[in-house]
Ligand binder design. Structure first.
Ligand SMILES: [Fe+2]
Ligand SMILES: [Fe+2]
Length: 393
């Protein structure tokens, strides 16, 4: 399982990084040794890690807790899922994409959309590859979901005809994140949020050239039936991009609280920061689907409508489309001042099982086999069960 030849260089880099971070943090967080003393009671750590960190370090061996493995394995699975969906978007609408009409409709949200889609795709591929390589470098099992790449591809011009992990052809996109991040209420304190736009059973990629001819002009606003259909599909993608990445932002924050080694924590917060970066970008672009001059698009097939959220009966801080930075909200305690933070971060709202359940409701796994759900849920439950056991490593 462990290919020593291919992992020696990353290990050296990881060792340097870990040592640098450890010395930096030890300077900044003087109470760490105290926390280690109180935090280890009852914690399950693999032999050789945690209290034996010094010896393991001296031996040049990199140990890892079972909890950290579970966290990283689940995140690897999520990154494979993200990679699969982003690759579908990229084939059709990325900067080297193959569907001119879809690219044009996406570009109506922002002229740089195809470039952003390609870059986001690259990021997800790098996340998945890194996490699996890191797991292997620790002697842990990487995650592969290739057996489940069985869902059909789009038939539209530009899509490769290969099996997929995820469905983008009929989605229920949860758009409550749009209101959540404009609200000063936090779902971790029980707040619930309505949908900004109700998107049910809607494609986020073109389905076929019969449905959306790939050479259709995409003026703003769209003037004919084919153009309106494609614009509604691109708008759905815009909201779906943000839905996926806000989920990643919350998931990584939640998993960070469970990490034991500094290196695992470094991985989780560093990749998590990029998920948040993605979310912020897509939040801005989704708003352009529901603002002048593009607002008002109606899908002629499904009647899905993208209203102008800056006008009655919408408008106000709950809907204003350029309020894309998180509003300060309840955090830690309602008695403390509101704080602008990623939310939710409670297990039940943003943990691994919650993430899989949300993706399932999104219909991202529509058509997947029972074995797929069993596999991802097993990984999710193990990640949620991980407990922080403070270690210097
Ligand atoms: Fe990612
Ligand atoms: Fe992501």
């Amino acid at each position: 399982m462990n290919n020593q030849g291919s992992i020696s260089a990353p290990q050296n880099v990881a060792q340097r990084t870990d040592d640098d971070v450890r010395s930096h943090w030890n300077r900044l967080v003087g109470r760490r040794s105290f926390l280690k003393g109180v935090g280890l009671a009852g914690a399950a750590i693999l032999p050789g890690s945690g209290l034996l960190a010094g010896k393991a370090l001296a031996d040049g061996k990199r140990e890892i807790t079972r909890g950290d493995i579970a966290i990283l394995q689940f995140l690897a699975a999520v990154e494979l899922i993200e990679s699969d969906l982003w690759q579908q978007y990229n084939e059709l609408g990325g900067v080297n994409g193959g569907n001119p009409s879809y690219m044009a409709a996406l570009s109506n949200l922002d002229g740089d959309m195809p470039q952003y889609i390609a870059d986001n795709t690259d990021d997800e591929l790098s996340h998945a590859a890194f996490l699996n390589a890191y797991l292997e470098s620790k002697g842990a099992e990487p995650v592969h979901l290739d057996a489940f790449r069985r869902l059909p591809s789009s038939k539209a011009t530009g899509a490769s005809q290969i099996g997929r992990l995820t469905n983008l052809q009929s989605l229920n996109v949860d758009t409550s994140w749009y209101i959540r991040y404009r609200s000063d209420l936090n779902p971790d304190f029980g707040a619930k949020f309505r949908q900004a736009v109700t998107i049910d059973d809607e494609p986020a990629i073109p389905l076929s050239d019969e449905d959306t001819p790939p050479g259709t002009e995409q003026p703003v606003p769209p003037v004919d039936k084919a153009a309106r259909r494609m614009q509604a599909i691109a708008n759905t993608a815009g909201f779906h991009f943000a839905y996926i990445e806000q989920g990643g932002s919350s998931l990584y924050s939640t998993m960070a609280l469970k990490a034991s080694s500094l290196e695992t924590l470094l991985i989780v917060v560093s990749i998590g920061g990029v998920e948040t970066n993605h979310f912020s970008l897509w939040h801005d672009k989704a708003g352009n689907a529901v603002a002048e001059p593009l607002a008002g698009v109606v899908d002629p097939e499904t009647n899905l409508r993208f209203p102008n959220l800056n006008e009655e009966p919408f408008g106000g801080e709950e809907f204003q489309t350029n309020l894309i930075l998180p509003e300060p909200t309840d955090f830690i305690s309602p008695g403390l001042p509101d704080c602008s933070v990623v939310r939710p971060t409670l297990d039940e709202n943003a943990g691994a099982v919650a993430t899989i359940n949300s993706f399932t409701e999104d219909q991202l796994f529509k058509g997947q086999s029972p074995a797929f759900f069993e596999t991802v849920m097993r990984l999710a439950k193990a990640a949620d069960a991980a407990q922080r056991a403070v270690s210097d490593r």
